[in-house]
Structure formats: structure tokens, C-alpha cells
Design a protein around this ligand. Structure first.
Ligand code: ZN
Ligand code: ZN
Ligand code: ZN
Ligand code: ZN
Ligand code: ZN
Ligand code: ZN
Length: 764
């Protein structure tokens, strides 16, 4: 069975460009027509056969047109925002040499005969969608539509055609749809500016055309344009250029050429031309989604200017629900457009071998005896034989050790002599790192002590004296000693040894004098596009203490200390984000803390809210009918007054007004608990899919106290559960299948579900 679809290339590996072709429903396409398989960035519309996993292009036969028209006529136009998706895409991508007017006409005729009621709107709709297509395509289609009794005229905006002529594209003009013409004008002028092209002078000297003026303005080649021009063309441009327009307006405000008026910007974003943005998403997007970043950016600016706070979670969700118009749609809050994103920062080089050197004292195992030494030699030899990927030197060394050990098999004193010779008592060795010696532990050798000494790499720091002092003080404090150069710790004290290894970045790489910091920004710039940049939003937590070694301020970014944030005053207006725009309006919310700029607490709270809101709106769809879910009531369980209960408001839906609980896990703050998916523990609480938290004694105590403090009777269901919290009983339940197991497990013994956050991090 064939179904209409469009396909796109889903990139899996940024470096190797590996990936696969998928349909808009996410199905993997195995067989593609020759023409497509080479053009990975493109999308194509056609038919997909689920059984054969074969995709074919739309063929312009009468039968294909009939299938397309049927799909459109019967599509649910109330709940699906992009109900016209396939029709719009096909009409705008018509291959004029393959198009057969007779087949097209017969198909329209058939629909009109089969369903006379569609007469009113069907052909008018076709006209509407074809009017965004190129002149050539319009001229092909309109005469056919007019045969059904209409008098449609081709749409050819004069100013746009002139603009195309000015940039020397009057010929391609006929082949491009309206949105593509805008895109071409923008990219051509941008390219000319980059290459300092002589043709630019011609244009700038006679920029009487509004569209050209607007694009020149966005390239810093024209003074502030008339606001009506912006209003008129805003939604003919893609989201990236629309973002640039907003940024440039703030730049003009900064230069006193314009005065930002949030009310005007709101009208701009909500103009009736907004529909054009939807058409562009349908035509160019890999998957149709609503991008709300600009709406949220404006609301955030307004909110901060008025009240010195940003949007609440409810506020963001309200915007999402309001903008989606209760239709079935994926919502992208696109936070990266609003906030500064991490540029890698200035972080510890992963190859840096540490501020300390570590050595281990290895000694012959004192429990070696006549009745066990042969067996133990065999274990060690077997271990050595199964070592993989050894260098030639190591293979030699391992061979030599195996021979020596084999020779000692008949003679315990000989073995002891050999081991004492190789690993003399009271001598220190960094050989712990070496895989070969490890094979002898613990049967033949034991590690007794670890010794830490200062690493010479400290000498490369400008504040080396300060650093040395910090290290010495910290180590003396931790080991309760008064040493200046070496710290010896018994191997039994594993916690302390691990703490030192981690805290001073100690690892035996064999290499030396790698720098402590790596400036990832430089690395990303040098590698150009070969490396996927981090895309996380930069809102590092400033550490309360200075760094214990370098004595400098730092933030925690991705669980690593980072010595330079990505928040900054931008060099170019093209990079303006929320913080810059607020700054231009006189609200400075960032401050240099000696490790880059850090924004105020309100900002960090807002970033948190946006990330949380995205996870929630991803789930705001009724599983039964696809409608967006509306907040049902405020949660009584927490004091934050956030939406946590939602329901479907589609009266025809089976799930109509059925309450759904969607909230963040209050323990790990990462997992999303969705009552439609999460299993419940026997106490009736939803289980977090990320950390497996369900309930604790503390939780039921708090519930009971809420009643007691307001002089109400504690309900029976709470009373029955007091002291029976699963956290305190060390009992876990699988969020997928509900199986009970104890908290020593790291995966569900029944369905093998693995969760992200390890047990030791559990805290309620
Ligand atoms: Zn970072
Ligand atoms: Zn950062
Ligand atoms: Zn529903
Ligand atoms: Zn959790
Ligand atoms: Zn529980
Ligand atoms: Zn399970």
C-alpha cells in the first residue's frame, strides 16, 4: 500500500556524513530513485510503499493527482495546521517538462464529479497554493483551472520582479517561487558584500526598490529603512532573516536611529501575514514545526522591562498553546536563538596529566604459599595471554614475564626471588598504569600505598607559587599531615586516593606537559565545520569558592570547571541575543566575574524554565486525537503554582477531559513524569524514568504535615503509607514494566530498562 509522504536525509554522524533517508512519519526508506540519493540536503515529495520500503517521486499521472487530491479533500483541516502540506509542496515543485495538463484536468474533473460539494472551495484552494509557485508553473496551471469557469490571473509582484532584475536575475525570476526569489536576493547581496563585488555599487547608488533597500539594510549597506517596508516583507523571509531584522532594529536603537517599541514588534510578529511563515515551513522545513523563539524573546524582554523577571513556566506554556491554535503541531521553542550557547569554554585539557604525580608501592603478595602459588601463576599468565592491542615492546615484555613465571612454577622460593627482584619492597613505581603488571595483581603482587608528589607541569603557570601553596595546603588538610613534597596514603583509603586523583586531574598518560587549559573556542574555529560544536545553552553555575588549585573563579559547565563562559557583549549585532537586547534597552543583566560574563539569577531561572518547557510541550499532544492538551488545574502538591495537570478539550475525543499529569521529577529535575507512560509504584506514585524515584518517608510525612498544619484530618491513604516510602525501603520499581527490585541493580532484571542517573545520586 502506497502512501503520500515526503522524504529527507536524517544525518546521524556529522563527521562522516552518514545517515539515512526517512519519511515525514519517521519511516526509514531503503530504495530511492537515482536522482535523489545524491542530494542529501534536499527533500522530495512522492509515494512510499511500506511493504517494499520503496519511495517513488510524484509522477504527474492522473492516478497520482487523484491520490493527492483525495488526501487533501479528506484531510482534517481543523486539527492539522499543515493540512495542505503535500498539495502545496507538489504544486510548488512541479516539473514543467513532466507535467501533463490532460491528466491534471481529468483528475480535477473526477473530484468535482465525485464530490460536488467541494466545488465551492477546491479550485480556489488550488489557485491559492499555486500562487506561491514560479511564474512558469502558474502559467501552466491557471489556464486549466480557468477552464472550470474561473478567471484567475498570475501573481507577479512588480517590486519583486524589479528587485530580481536589479540583482541581474530577471531570467531565473520566472523559474522561482516567491519565497525563493526573496531568498536569492538576500543570498546574492550578502555574497557580493563578502566578495566586495563591483556590482554592489550599482545597486547601492540606486536603491529605490523597497526590497533591495531592506536587504541592503540587513547587510549594513543602507540606513534605517521605513518601518512599513519591514512590516510588508517580514513574513516573506525565513526565520533566520526575520531574526536578523529584530536584531538589526535593536542595533539601530543603540545607534539612536530608531526607538524600539515592543508593542509595534508584537504587532509585527502577529500580523496576518504570519500564515506565510507556515507556508515556508511546509515548503522548506525538514519537518513541519512551529518556531516560537521570536515570540518568546519579545515576551521575555517585555516582562523583564516591566517587572525585572522573566516568563514563568506557565507563561511559556501559555504562549505555546496560544500560538499552536489548538492544532496538532510540533512546537520548537528554539532556545538557542534566544540565549548564548556554549562555545566550549576554557576547560581542562583531557590530556593534561595532572598537578600531581602518582606512584604506587607494589610488593609481593604475602599470602603466597606452596599450596596456592602454581594456581596463581596460571591465573596471571592467562590474564597476560588475553591482553589485546599491545605494542611490540609490550609483547616482548609480556613474553619474558610469562617465561619467567612458567620457569618458577616448580619452585616457590624462585618465584619469590623473581618477584622481589622485579618489584623490590619499598620502591615506588608508576607501573600501576601498565596493563601487564596489573595481570599479577592481586594473586602474586599487592599494591600497598600510593605516593603523590608535585608535578613539574606546575612550573608553566604564572602563579605557580600560589598554585603550589594551594596544593600543599589542600593535601595536608585532606591527609592530616604537614608535608611539603610527598604524601603517602595507604591503599585501603580508596576514597581519599580517588578524591586526590580526581581533584588534581591526575592520570598517567605517559605524556607530559600538556597545558592545563584548552581553549575550545579556538579549536572549533580552526576545525571550521568538521567538529560538531556544543549546542548547550551557557548558563554555568558560578562556583562559590575559587578553584582549589588555580585560585581563580570558574563556573560548572557540563560537570566540568570552565574558566570562561560564552556570554559576552557581542562584536556584531548579527549575534545579538536576549542579554544584548536587554542591555541596549538599559537593563544590564550580565557581569564579568573573572571567568567570563555571568547573567543574573532571573536569567538562569528563565533558561531552566525554557528547557523544562520544551520537554513539556513535546508531550502536549493528546495520544488519542492529536489535539494539543490544555492545562486542567493547578497542582496542589507543590507551591510553585505551575501547571501539572492537562487534558484534551476536543469534545469528540475518547480522552476528553481525562486528567493527565505531566511534570518534572522533583528529585533529579531531569526526568519527565507523564501519567500516560510512567508506571506507578504500589503506593500510587509515578516512577521517574530517569532516576526511578517514586516515594519516600519524607514525602508522606510532608503530605501529612500539610493536613495537620491546617487542622485537617490526614486522609487514610496517607496514613497507611507513613513509614513505607520506597526510597527508605531501598526498593525500586521499573518505570517501564513495574517490576520490583532492590537499589543495587543498575538495570531492570525483567525488561532490562537502563536509567540515566545512577543510584548514588538519588536523594529526596
Ligand atoms: Zn560551556
Ligand atoms: Zn558556559
Ligand atoms: Zn484528544
Ligand atoms: Zn527523576
Ligand atoms: Zn513508591
Ligand atoms: Zn522493567
Amino acid at each position: 500500500m502506497e502512501q503520500l509522504c515526503y522524504i529527507h536525509f536524517e544525518l546521524l554522524n556529522h563527521k562522516t556524513q552518514e545517515g539515512y533517508w526517512a519519511t515525514d512519519k519517521g519511516l526509514q526508506v531503503k530504495h530511492l530513485p537515482e536522482v535523489i540519493s545524491k542530494s542529501k540536503g534536499k527533500t522530495a515529495t512522492g509515494f512510499y510503499n511500506i511493504q517494499t520500503q520503496r519511495f517513488r517521486l510524484f509522477s504527474y499521472s492522473e492516478q497520482d493527482w487523484n491520490s493527492l487530491f483525495q488526501e487533501y479533500i479528506f484531510h482534517d483541516k481543523v486539527t492539522d495546521k499543515f493540512y495542505y502540506l503535500y498539495l502545496l509542496r507538489i504544486l510548488n515543485a512541479i516539473n514543467t517538462s513532466k507535467f501533463q495538463s490532460e491528466a491534471f484536468k481529468r483528475a480535477i474533473h473526477k473530484q468535482l464529479t465525485d464530490y460536488p460539494t467541494i466545488q465551492e472551495w477546491f479550485i480556489k484552494d488550488l489557485y491559492k497554493y499555486v500562487s506561491f509557485a514560479s511564474l512558469n508553473k502558474q502559467e501552466l496551471i491557471l489556464p486549466i483551472l480557468n477552464e472550470f469557469g474561473y478567471d484567475f490571473k498570475v501573481i507577479e509582484p512588480r517590486l519583486l520582479t524589479d528587485a530580481m532584475e536589479i540583482i541581474g536575475e530577471s531570467f531565473t525570476c520566472r523559474e522561482l517561487g516567491i519565497f525563493n526569489q526573496f531568498r536569492l536576493i538576500y543570498s546574492k547581496i550578502q555574497q557580493w558584500k563578502k566578495e566586495n563585488d563591483y556590482r554592489l555599487i550599482n545597486i547601492t547608488s540606486q536603491a529605490h526598490n523597497e526590497i533591495i533597500q531592506l536587504i541592503l539594510w540587513l547587510n549594513d549597506l543602507h540606513s534605517m529603512v521605513n518601518m512599513s517596508i519591514i512590516e510588508k516583507y517580514f513574513y516573506y523571509l525565513g526565520i533566520n532573516v526575520r531574526t536578523l531584522i529584530i536584531r538589526k532594529l535593536f542595533e539601530e536603537h543603540r545607534n539612536n536611529n530608531h526607538s524600539i517599541n515592543i508593542g509595534w514588534l508584537e504587532t509585527l510578529l502577529n500580523s496576518k501575514r504570519k500564515l506565510l511563515a507556515d507556508y515556508q515551513i511546509t515548503l522548506f522545513g525538514l519537518r513541519p514545526e512551529l518556531n516560537l523563539s521570536l515570540e518568546i524573546l519579545l515576551d521575555a524582554i517585555k516582562s523583564y522591562a516591566d517587572k525585572k523577571t522573566f516568563l514563568t513556566l506557565n507563561g511559556v506554556i501559555d504562549i505555546a498553546i496560544q500560538q499552536s491554535g489548538s492544532q496538532k503541531i510540533k512546537i520548537n521553542l528554539d532556545s538557542k536563538r534566544v540565549f548564548d550557547t556554549c562555545n566550549g569554554g576554557l576547560r581542562v585539557n583531557p590530556k593534561f596529566n595532572g598537578f600531581l604525580l602518582v606512584e604506587y608501592q607494589i610488593a609481593t603478595n604475602s599470602t603466597l604459599a606452596l599450596d596456592n602459588f602454581r594456581e596463581r601463576i596460571d591465573i596471571a599468565i592467562n590474564r597476560m595471554k588475553s591482553l589485546k592491542d599491545l605494542s611490540y615492546d609490550d609483547i616482548d615484555y609480556a613474553g619474558y614475564l610469562i617465561n619467567e613465571l612458567n620457569d618458577s612454577k616448580e619452585d616457590l622460593p624462585k618465584l619469590l626471588l623473581f618477584l622481589k627482584d622485579k618489584y623490590p619492597a619499598n620502591s615506588w613505581s608508576i607501573k600501576d598504569a601498565d596493563e601487564i603488571s596489573k595481570c599479577l595483581i592481586p594473586e602474586l603482587l599487592t599494591i600497598n600505598k600510593a605516593r603523590f608528589t608535585l608535578n613539574s607541569s606546575i612550573e608553566t603557570f604564572s602563579n605557580k607559587e600560589e598554585i603550589k601553596e594551594n596544593i600543599i595546603n589542600t593535601l595536608n588538610e585532606w591527609t592530616d599531615s604537614d608535608s611539603k613534597e610527598e604524601w603517602i596514603i595507604s591503599i585501603q583509603n580508596k576514597e581519599l586516593i580517588n578524591r586526590i586523583l580526581k581533584g588534581f586531574y591526575v592520570h598517567n598518560t605517559g605524556e607530559s606537559s600538556q597545558p592545563f587549559f584548552t581553549d575550545w573556542k579556538d579549536i572549533y574555529n580552526n576545525l571550521k565545520n568538521n567538529l560538531l560544536r556544543p549546542t548547550d545553552i551557557c548558563y554555568g553555575n558560578l562556583s562559590e569558592k575559587k578553584h582549589h588549585i588555580t585560585n581563580k573563579n570558574f563556573v560548572w559547565c557540563k560537570h566540568q570547571p570552565c574558566f570562561r563562559t560564552a556570554i559576552e557583549h557581542k562584536q556584531s549585532w548579527k549575534d545579538y541575543k536576549l542579554t544584548d537586547m536587554l542591555n541596549i534597552l538599559g537593563h544590564n543583566i550580565i557581569e564579568d566575574k573573572g571567568c567570563g560574563f555571568i547573567a543574573n539569577g532571573e536569567y538562569n531561572k528563565f533558561v531552566d524554565i525554557m528547557l523544562k518547557a520544551q520537554k513539556i510541550v513535546d508531550r502536549l499532544q493528546c495520544k488519542e486525537c492529536g489535539h494539543i492538551l490544555f492545562p486542567a488545574k493547578r497542582s496542589k502538591g507543590n507551591d510553585s503554582n505551575e501547571y501539572t495537570y492537562y487534558h484534551c478539550e476536543n469534545v469528540q475525543c475518547k480522552e476528553y477531559h481525562q486528567e493527565i499529569y505531566i511534570n518534572h521529577c522533583f528529585n533529579c529535575k531531569d526526568g519527565i513524569i507523564d501519567s500516560r507512560e510512567s508506571k506507578r509504584c504500589p503506593n500510587g506514585l509515578c516512577i521517574c524514568p530517569e532516576c526511578l524515584t517514586c516515594c519516600s518517608n519524607d514525602f508522606f510525612d510532608r503530605m501529612a504535615n500539610k493536613y495537620l498544619s491546617s487542622n485537617r484530618l490526614v486522609p487514610q491513604w496517607i496514613n497507611n503509607r507513613l513509614g513505607k516510602g520506597h526510597k527508605d525501603l531501598h526498593t525500586l520499581f521499573c518505570p517501564k514494566c513495574g517490576t520490583e527490585f532492590d537499589d543495587t541493580h543498575t538495570e531492570c532484571p525483567s525488561c532490562h530498562y537502563k536509567w540515566k542517573i545512577a543510584n548514588y545520586k538519588r536523594r529526596i
